[in-house]
Write a protein that binds this ligand. Structure first.
Ligand code: PLP
Length: 437
């Protein structure tokens, strides 16, 4: 097995539980609170915004307070089997390119339906909504990865899906909007004329670029006013992070099969869910004080919440409609520059990831956009796989880790998460590489 280049798992080996790491740190895990007065929230109050099950997960209610292993509903497993387990690859081309004596591996969440790790949580969220008898889900999306996954998952369970898409992406990235619309999703450019807050922002600036925080505010305003609709979050919630732990549980099995004890794990961070999920099994070891790899979070230098933000309570959206959560944040009014890596634009990082960073379990690095795209291009040359610009941040951090190991004369095994595909981000690549239309 040591000379293999890819490791798969059979359907029977796909984990059938999620890893509820919040229970391990529940004493110190900061719950969402209401308003500046920090009033405690109830599951009931939160269920006016999220589906009931998501509200329970978010508040660590019932078994979510006590159980480390949460069994995955059978209907979710049926959908997961359409694309999971995702393969683990060895990046021999990249190793050769870097003249690196250690090994580099990557987990392929780019091969999923709609092209990223997002369906891992969109599917259970849609199932919960259907079980509760809701009509549909509303959400926000940046580059469109989350919206595409939501729309697709909603379609599979016969639900309606409305998406507020950050205006800058709505204009420059129509292809994911087409994906959403192909699956029956209704997509608005955000800020939009559909909500009071959107109209206000457009009146101030008709060319407002929008942001994920604004999209989320518009989605929530819509959900609170429409009967049978709830907000679905892809990045910032604990429920989304929990669902992504399937990635890390698979990874642990695959690395065991490969006979690899990883030295370094790397993932990019927007809201923090692919990283949390990908590293979950090893985070558990770290929390228990066992030998565990070094962990690196690669964020965008344009949105440096972990490296330059503050750890405090803040709103998840720009309009203060969401509960307040404790996280690394640049402030809910932060409007990021119009960067291509739409998935990394969010002003805060999910509370569970923020806590892990705060505890010193994960180190954060900020990667410049241009370097990320150049790295993505290099990875395409060496491996034949075009990464999402978000994922390219993780590859850039991987290369830095490999160079450092090489300089120290060490052969570290480095594993990164390829969170999504870049084939719908070719416009961003073309801009950076100066390719003519
Ligand atoms: C959404 C997205 C991200 C960022 O979200 P996380 O919650 O940090 O995982 C990263 N990569 C891709 C491909 C995405 O679609």
């Amino acid at each position: 097995m040591r000379d293999n280049t890819k490791w798969m798992l059979s359907d029977r080996e796909i984990p059938d539980t999620w890893l509820n790491l919040a229970t391990v740190v529940r004493a110190e895990y900061p719950r969402p609170v209401e308003g500046e007065e920090r009033m405690p929230l109830s599951v009931r109050a939160l269920s006016s915004r999220y589906s009931e099950e998501c509200a329970r997960i978010e508040m660590l209610d019932g078994l979510y307070a006590t159980d480390l292993d949460i069994s995955i509903p059978g209907e979710v497993m049926d959908q997961y089997r359409k694309y999971r387990a995702t393969p683990l690859f060895r990046a021999r081309g990249l190793e050769r390119q870097l003249d690196y004596a250690g090994r580099i591996f990557y987990k392929r969440e780019d091969l999923n339906p709609t092209g990223s790790h997002k369906p891992n949580t969109a599917i259970p969220q849609a199932l919960y909504a259907r079980e509760q008898g809701l009509r549909g889900l509303v959400s926000d999306t940046g580059a469109g990865q989350w919206g595409a996954a939501m729309a697709w998952a909603c379609r599979n369970y016969g639900l309606e899906c409305t998406v507020f898409m950050t205006r800058s992406s709505f204009i420059t990235k129509p292809y994911r909007r087409y994906l959403m619309e192909l699956a029956g999703g209704i997509v608005h450019s955000s800020p939009s004329e559909m909500t009071a807050q959107g109209r206000k922002l457009l009146a101030e600036n008709p060319d407002h670029n929008g942001s994920l925080g604004i999209g989320m505010g518009e989605a929530l305003e819509t959900a609170l006013h429409a009967d049978g609709f709830r907000l679905a979050l892809g990045c910032i919630s604990y429920y989304a992070a929990l669902h992504q732990t399937i990635v890390g549980l698979e990874l642990e099995k695959q690395l065991e099969q490969a006979g690899v004890e990883p030295d370094v794990l790397v993932a990019c961070v927007g809201g923090g869910t692919n990283l949390f999920g990908f590293m979950s099994a090893y985070l558990l070891r770290k929390l228990r004080g066992a030998a565990s790899p070094e962990m690196i979070a690669a964020e965008s230098a344009n949105v440096p919440s972990l490296t330059k933000g503050e750890y405090r309570y803040d709103y998840a959206d720009a309009f203060k409609l969401t509960p307040m959560v404790k996280m690394y944040t640049l402030g809910h009014q932060f409007v990021p520059p119009k960067i291509h890596s739409g998935g990394l634009r969010y002003h805060g990082k999910s509370p569970i990831l923020s806590l892990m960073v705060r505890k010193g379990l994960i180190d954060a690095v900020a990667i410049e956009q241009e370097r990320a795209f150049e790295t993505g291009g290099l990875f395409y040359e060496c491996e034949g796989v075009l990464p999402a610009p978000e994922s390219a941040h993780a590859i850039a951090a991987t290369i830095s880790a490999a160079r450092l190991a090489k300089a120290e004369g060490r052969k570290k095994d480095i594993v990164f998460c390829l969170s999504g595909t870049g084939y719908l981000d070719l416009k961003g690549y073309a801009d950076i590489f100066g390719l003519k239309p």
